[in-house]
Design a protein around this ligand. Structure first.
Ligand SMILES: Cc1cc2nc3c(=O)[nH]c(=O)nc-3n(C[C@H](O)[C@H](O)[C@H](O)COP(=O)(O)OP(=O)(O)OC[C@H]3O[C@@H](n4cnc5c(N)ncnc54)[C@H](O)[C@@H]3O)c2cc1C
Ligand SMILES: Cc1ncc(C[n+]2csc(CCOP(=O)(O)OP(=O)(O)O)c2C)c(N)n1
Ligand SMILES: [Mg+2]
Length: 576
């Protein structure tokens, strides 16, 4: 006898039809219909995680790296509620992710039943679409709308499905949407392109600020900068797409950026923002003419005044624009910016010295070793905390390497779960997680996922026994640091207990050989590196307020008996 197809079976059919290869999640009674339907299939897998938040981060990393839809799931109530922080990250990073939030039995909804929540309300803020499937007739249509929404609006869509509805007989039998993913080219009109060309042709000092929206348009961006003699500054999420093979690169801007990125932006006549949502207004020039190109009209003018705004995708728009541009004959602005960059790069490289074998180990050195030893197509993830700084400054991109962070949402503990999603979806690539000791501890259970699925992720833990980034923010704002110390475990022992290779670098000399050993190891590995806690990462421009704040910190530190810290700070930053 052929069993009738259940709603859960049709749900999985639709995901397979949409080329989804796996679902990250934690099972539960209300998800049984779906997990049971996966059991008998070989073209879609269940990837069990230890925490649903990590499942959402992993799905987001997969979607970021592949550009394609990824899926995560949580059982009713607390199960899917745990997805929320990871889903916020996916939504804010604009990666296509569908989340399946199982719900309590349909007849109990509204009674305050055991584990009852209202995921439609809970996830409304971190999704473009979030709907309850209460009838078998809604499948496949509602799931297909969710998929289309996640793909076309780039973000999260949630379907909420009670366990009993998933187990009922399906009414429809097949997916309905059989077309390939549409990839429209979006371009400003002819008149707009002529006006844009007029503005750029009329300016001697153009600086380009490019972001993640420049992905796939590297050649066009370089041609554009060549015609305009324009330095290219990048926003962080654009680093992996813009920095490499780029004779116009002058680095990143922002608090963690390079002074050269900052100055190139501040000294231009015309700022041309392309595919960026760089959020920090104080780093955008006030007096320049600002031109912005973005594929989403609602992004125009979000961060700065805009004099000329255009809706278009970067590649199509620049292709149409380039023939209309005259060659700028003035190279002064570009050369000055490049020279400034060379100097800034030199200064940062000096900070990454091995310190002649003496303690402390500088985190910059650790990052530069990771950069040196990592493979040509490595995927790097990095925790929010100081690893964000070291990744920005010391990981060199080449067009094949990839970066995954929690850059728009800014959540801690992202690196390990994102590394899991990266490794599961790219089994033969080297995946390196630059973890903070605070960040690792927050979702440390996911170390177990590495062995569970035999994922050879390499973790480098920046062990500074503190929430150092927050400490830095406290100092810069004139607070005496408080509540930031961590009493840490021996992470190597925890790694070994979880079935990983565990190594500990206590002196600078051990860093390179141990990271090399971990990278060569056939399986997951963790290298705990004892890095200095008070490593300053000076912003490219320090405001009067911050400088005053720093002085105030010293003053307060002395008064409260933290004087030794100042000596420590001086040793790390001045006496090198
Ligand atoms: C602790 C911490 C510190 C940070 N410090 C800095 C810092 O100092 N400097 C810094 O730069 N960042 C910093 N960040 C990151 C920052 O918060 C933002 O995430 C980042 O600046 C945004 O980069 P982006 O503009 O490239 O990407 P996004 O914010 O993702 O913006 C991309 C834009 O491109 C558009 N787009 C997408 N596709 C296309 C297309 N095909 N064509 C045209 N447009 C398209 C989108 O609509 C969007 O507007 C920090 C983050 C953290 C967590
Ligand atoms: C989930 C979450 N909680 C708190 C914060 C605030 N925060 C930002 S960075 C940071 C410290 C991170 O510490 P660690 O992982 O040890 O990295 P470090 O800065 O010490 O290198 C904290 C608490 C955050 N961004 N996300
Ligand atoms: Mg730390």
């Amino acid at each position: 006898m052929i069993m009738a197809k259940r709603v859960a079976d049709l749900l999985v059919d639709v995901l397979v039809r949409a080329n989804v290869q796996r679902i990250y999640g934690v099972p539960g009674d209300s998800l049984n219909g779906i997990t049971d339907s996966l059991r008998s299939r070989d073209n879609i897998k269940w990837v069990g995680m230890r925490h649903e938040e990590a499942a959402a981060f992993a799905a987001g990393a997969e979607a970021h790296l592949t550009g394609k839809l990824a899926v995560c799931a949580g059982s009713c109530g607390p199960g899917n509620m745990h997805l929320i922080n990871g889903l916020y990250d996916c939504q804010r990073s604009r990666v296509p992710v569908v989340a399946i939030a199982a719900q309590v039995p349909s007849a109990e909804i509204g009674s305050g039943f055991f584990q009852e929540t209202h995921p439609e309300q809970l996830f409304a803020q971190c999704s473009h679409y979030c709907e309850l499937i209460s009838q078998p007739e809604q499948m496949p249509r509602v799931l297909e709308i969710a998929i289309q929404t996640a793909i076309s609006r780039r973000g999260v869509a949630v379907i909420v499905i009670p366990g009993d509805v998933a187990l009922r007989d399906a009414v429809e039998q097949h997916p309905r949407l059989l077309f390939a993913e549409p990839k429209p080219a979006v371009c400003p009109s002819d008149d707009e392109l002529n006006a844009l060309a007029g503005v750029l042709n009329g300016s001697q000092k153009v600086t380009i600020l490019g972001g993640a929206g420049c992905a796939g348009a590297h050649d066009e961006l370089i041609d554009l900068a060549g015609k305009l003699h324009a330095p290219i500054v990048h926003a962080y999420r654009g680093k992996e797409f813009i920095e490499y093979d780029n004779p116009f690169d002058v680095g990143m801007t922002g608090l963690l950026g390079f002074p050269s990125g900052y100055h190139a932006m501040m000294s231009c006549d015309t700022l041309l923002m392309i595919g960026t949502d760089f959020p920090y207004q104080q780093f955008l020039p006030k007096h320049a003419t600002v031109v912005q190109i973005d594929v989403r009209g609602e992004q125009l003018g979000r961060r700065s005044k805009v004099d000329y705004g255009y809706v278009g995708d970067t590649k199509t728009t620049l292709r149409a624009l380039l023939p209309r541009l005259k060659q700028n004959s003035n190279e002064a602005h570009l050369n000055e910016s490049l020279e400034h960059y060379r100097k800034a790069r030199q200064d940062l490289d000096k900070l990454a010295s091995r310190n002649s074998g003496r303690k402390p180990i500088h985190p910059q050195y650790v990052a530069s070793v990771i950069n040196k030893l990592a493979s040509d197509d490595a995927v790097f993830t990095f925790d929010v905390g100081t690893p964000v700084i070291w990744a920005a400054r010391y990981l060199k991109m080449n067009g094949k390497r990839r970066l995954v962070g929690s850059l728009n949402h800014g959540s801690m503990a992202n690196a390990l779960p994102q590394a899991i999603g990266a490794q599961v979806s790219h089994p033969v690539r080297q995946v390196i997680s630059m973890s903070g000791d605070g960040g690792l501890a927050m979702l440390m259970g996911e170390l177990l996922t590495l062995r569970q699925h035999e994922l050879p992720v390499k973790l480098v833990v920046f062990k500074n026994d503190s929430l150092a980034f927050v400490e830095l923010e406290m100092k810069a704002n004139g607070f005496v640091d408080f509540a930031t110390s961590l009493r840490n475990p021996d992470f190597t022992k925890i790694a070994e207990g979880a079935g990983l290779l565990g190594l500990k670098a206590e002196t600078p000399d051990q860093v390179e050989p141990m990271i090399a050993q971990a990278l060569k190891h056939d399986g997951p590995a963790l290298v705990e590196v004892l890095v200095s806690r008070h490593e300053l990462s000076m912003p490219p421009t320090i405001s009067f307020e911050q400088a005053r704040g720093f002085g105030l910190f010293m003053f307060k530190a002395v008064l409260s008996g933290h004087g030794d810290e100042i000596i420590d700070l001086a040793k790390v930053n001045l006496l090198r």
